[in-house]
Design a protein around this ligand. Structure first.
Ligand SMILES: Nc1nc2c(c(=O)[nH]1)N[C@H]1C(S)=C(S)[C@@H](COP(=O)(O)O)O[C@H]1N2
Ligand SMILES: [Mo]
Length: 338
């Protein structure tokens, strides 16, 4: 393993990372500068009709880059919501995973998830919405302009990564399906098919894997409906073909390979809360001051910073996204309701 001698705790623009990430950051800053006007333009009108119940005729609208290959490359515009921190290598992002449907070792998802059939794939949108239905994942992908969102990911286990996701704000989907006034929470449901997912035969969790958000958390612009990473469609081990990513919460809130999204009135029971309620709460906001019953959450190990001199990084409240999300929790005791 390569041993690096210095590890900036919180890299700033201009700090030197690997050659590859340097190129990426430089390119991204150039794009941000050039596209600052275009980026704030309203979503392309051509995406507005994607929900017009066109079975297979939803030809590429241009939102995802006209003519893009649906099975590999994904075009995405840069986002001011991205961190400038050095992204974790593609090898680590796709080789060190939690996806218990494929086993509990970090290397199991990469080893076994290729058996996941990601097409055709439909997603049921159910519950308290004006426009429920079953939607093809490729139609869902086209309803809004795809953005690159480079987010920190903090696992409850005490490690972290920086991942260049591709997707759009979950709120774009909400605009299309129109939750009713009764929708107070959103439940996310992962596929649970023992024929494709060997881990589902074990009882380590209650399947299907379910997660949930309060409706205002789901509507927050940072909450990303995610279709790709590192310029390509999601690899199976990262939750192909579509997942949610909630960067201010512990990683387990970001459910993979979604087959249903339910708008509901009551707080859903989630898989991890059901398995160990004293260890995993519903909110699960990253909080360095609330320890896991079995370990401290004050610091984290950044994956890829191996070697003798790797230091742990201090964990930040809301994973560093407090400026954007703290107001969602005004008046809540985040030590008790976690
Ligand atoms: N369906 C499902 N989603 C899941 C998990 C899982 O086991 N099953 N693991 C979670 C955990 S604990 C983490 S840290 C992240 C990891 O996402 P990544 O492998 O894409 O980095 O996925 C989350 N989503
Ligand atoms: Mo995690």
């Amino acid at each position: 393993m390569l041993i690096r001698v210095s590890h900036p705790d919180d890299p700033r623009p201009g700090e030197i990372g690997s050659r590859e990430s340097y190129e990426r950051l430089r390119g991204r800053r150039a794009l941000l500068g050039a596209a600052v006007g275009a980026a704030i333009a309203p979503l392309a009108a051509s995406t507005a009709s994607a929900f017009a119940a066109t079975p297979t005729s939803a030809a590429p609208t241009g939102a995802a880059g006209a003519g893009d290959d649906p099975v590999s490359k994904l075009a995405a515009k840069p986002s001011p919501l991205s961190t400038m921190e050095r992204p974790t290598s593609l090898e680590d992002v796709t080789g060190y995973n939690n996806f218990y449907e494929f086993g509990t070792d970090k290397s199991d998802p990469k080893r076994y998830a290729h058996s996941l059939r990601v097409r055709p794939w439909t997603v049921a949108i159910e519950g308290e919405v004006a426009k429920p239905g079953r939607f093809d994942v490729d139609d869902l992908r086209r309803i809004a302009t795809l953005e690159e969102r480079i987010y920190r990911l903090r696992c409850v286990e005490g490690w972290s990564m920086v991942i260049p996701w591709i997707g759009y704000s979950f709120s774009e989907l909400m605009k299309r399906v129109q939750p009713t006034g009764a929708a107070k929470f959103v439940e996310f449901v992962t596929l649970a098919d023992p024929r494709q997912m060997p881990g589902v035969r074990s009882s380590v969790l209650a399947w299907p894997y379910t997660e949930g958000l309060r409706i205002d958390e789901a509507a927050h612009p940072l909450t990303l409906l995610t279709f790709g990473l590192y310029d390509e469609v999601l690899p199976p081990q990262n939750g192909a073909p579509m997942r949610v990513v909630v960067p201010w919460k512990y990683g387990f809130k970001s459910a993979k390979s979604l087959v249903a999204i339910r708008f509901v009135e009551r707080q859903p029971l989630t898989s991890w809360h059901r398995a160990a309620p004293q260890e995993y709460g519903f909110y699960a906001n990253v909080n360095p001051e609330v320890d896991h019953p079995r370990w401290s959450q004050a610091t984290e190990r950044r994956i890829g910073e191996g070697g003798l001199f790797a230091r742990r990084h201090p964990t930040r409240m809301f994973n560093g996204y407090g400026e954007q999300v703290a107001s969602l929790y005004a008046g809540m005791d985040l030590r008790k309701e976690y």
